[in-house]
Design a protein around this ligand. Sequence first.
Ligand SMILES: [Zn+2]
Length: 232
Amino acid sequence: MLELKGANCDKVKIKMSTLSPASKKRVEQNEVDFQEVMLKDTDSHATVAVWDKMVNTLQKGECVTITKCRKLAYDETLLLVSDDEDDDVDNNGNWSNTPISDFKSGTITAVFDVDPYLACPTTSCNNTKLAPAESIQCMKCKNCGRNYGESACNNYIRATVMIEVEDSNKPPQKVAIFKPQIEKLFTSRGFTLPSSNDQTELLLKFFEIIPVDIKFHMINNTIKQLTCKRVA
Ligand SMILES: [Zn+2]
């Protein structure tokens, strides 16, 4: 039988015990449906978070299969990642010339959230996240101060993931990753990015690919570049 404490397994089948009432949680700028489910076996229990469209679809006593269970050595004091833009350069200028030999090896072990958003189409704004402008159907960039119609904006994605760095005594780190690198991850696993930019669909794709080993270059808690092995 499974040990939920320290669970590290690819698949568990388990009976729903207690379900919390559905509520909302704030993830980035969005209110997302949220529910907690208590899972039990003979001698231990675990609480599992249920998000978005899955909320209110589960019933007490029902058996479900959960895949890719990982115990998270998650340190609450980890730095919170809050940048909304994908800065293309660091303070010294060019990161894109970082030789691959300087990349670190690590594993993306979890995903916390995925945020598809409309980004500023102006190149120098580096995909700054846009906020709705006062006039309807217009988005405003806080960086360049301009307004854009939705069709003119870039569809961009930002995700927050957990990375465990090889050969380091550091605890796993919570870091941001943006669309070009997310696309590389997905492609390496034979997936394409869902064209709908649907948050749930993106999250489910992430759940399918993690854990994933990468070599990466990181600046200010953002994975700027990565390579990963293609898996057939
Ligand atoms: Zn802008």
